[in-house]
Design a protein around this ligand. Structure first.
Ligand SMILES: [Zn+2]
Ligand SMILES: [Zn+2]
Length: 372
């Protein structure tokens, strides 16, 4: 039974007079687009099978003739069954089909870049505001100095691997829709190197690589946000011979500061005034990221009032200017009153009237203006 009832020519995007080479070209294009290795579409596998089936039928003259004359029913009557196959990798498919390599690079000469290294550093919010240098330690794989990365103890010989005859690869036969293909895999004995050493290097035990602890001075720019990463290009694990090393990514953690809340580039803090300070007016020092600053509060200052200290927030990362620092006023109410204090407050309360409490602006309006 055919897996698809769609028109084969349509599936390949060719017309009914397409030549053999037209079909081949169309199939190649579709396979590159739809193979599950490269397509993320959820139905890629299904569509890929359809295209393979279409090509299988149209590329052979007997089945193409049957299909041209009688359609899918003709094939069914003729006992056609699409080949069951392993997807394999896209490059396996292409080497079986076209005898070439999809990427134009044979696996033996492909060099691999070294892996990336993740490191982390924790700084204070004030350091994030000013920018800071930090020495960041991390472990990195480097070439072994004793054997120069060869893995052979100095003076000993390097010989051809007899597992793979020096090619670094062993070949396995797989099955694809186009018949058998040869899949080359790294030789497990020499790990793809093609060579083995008579006597492994004492330091790296033959691997040619050692782990080293390194420390790099990292410049953390002002305005960095918690969780952002700084890339140190080429400082990561060593690559295969001739290939570049990986990168180091330093994740910067910014410790929360109990005095401040950071929202983007803005800073928020609260300031407590006593009832008397709020009612009588007061001058208070408030802390900011760039030192203390004096704020004067008028008599009748209400809880929820917000003072905006422009450009006293966090610097904008890799930009210009700074955010603002907003100070939210809180009025604290005294507790645990003595008899005398209670009497005084009661007397004070009797002396006040509606006039003393007429609002100028609602509390919630002020809150809204604080967080806009
Ligand atoms: Zn070594
Ligand atoms: Zn080998």
């Amino acid at each position: 039974m055919a897996a698809t009832s769609r028109d084969y020519y349509e599936l390949l995007g060719v017309d009914r007079t397409a030549s053999e080479s037209d079909l081949k070209r169309a199939f190649r294009r579709k396979a590159r687009e739809l193979h599950p290795d490269v397509s993320e579409a959820p139905d890629a596998q299904e569509r890929f099978r359809e295209v393979v089936e279409a090509y299988e039928v149209l590329s052979k003259s007997e089945t193409r003739e049957l299909y041209d004359r009688f359609g899918h029913a003709g094939l069914q009557g003729g006992g056609f069954r699409p080949t069951q196959f392993d997807f394999g990798s896209l490059s396996d498919l292409f080497s079986a089909f076209f005898g070439d390599d999809l990427f134009g690079v044979s696996p033996r000469t492909r060099r691999s870049r070294g892996a990336d290294v993740a490191a982390e550093v924790t700084i204070e919010l004030a350091d994030a505001a000013s920018g800071v240098h930090r020495d960041v330690p991390f472990d990195v794989v480097v070439g072994c100095g004793r054997c120069d990365g060869t893995g052979a103890e100095p003076g000993s010989r390097i010989v051809e691997c007899d597992g793979c005859g020096g090619t670094g690869r062993i070949q396995q036969v797989g099955r694809s829709v186009f018949g058998e293909f040869v899949r080359a895999q790294p030789c497990p004995r020499c790990n793809g190197a093609g060579r083995t050493v008579e006597q492994p290097c004492e330091v790296c035990e033959g691997s040619g690589r050692v782990v080293e602890r390194r420390t790099l001075a990292v410049e953390i720019p002002p305005g960095i946000h918690d969780g952002q990463r700084i890339r140190l290009s080429g400082e990561g694990h060593v690559g295969s011979p001739g290939a570049p090393a990986g990168d180091v990514y330093v994740r910067v953690r910014v410790k929360p500061d109990p005095r401040f809340v950071r929202e983007g580039d803005d800073i928020y803090s609260t300031l407590d005034l006593t009832i008397a300070e709020a009612a009588l007016g007061a001058t208070r020092m408030v802390e900011t990221l760039s030192g203390e600053t004096e704020l004067t509060f008028q008599p009748g200052t209400q809880p929820g009032e917000v003072r905006v200290l422009s450009n006293r927030g966090m610097p904008v990362l890799q930009g210009y200017g700074r955010g603002d620092h907003r100070v939210l006023v809180n009025v604290v109410v005294p507790r645990h009153l003595s008899d005398e204090q209670r009497a005084l407050l009661e007397e004070f309360e009797r002396s006040t009237g509606a006039e003393n409490y007429r609002p100028d602006e609602g509390f919630f309006d002020k809150l809204k203006s604080a967080f806009r």
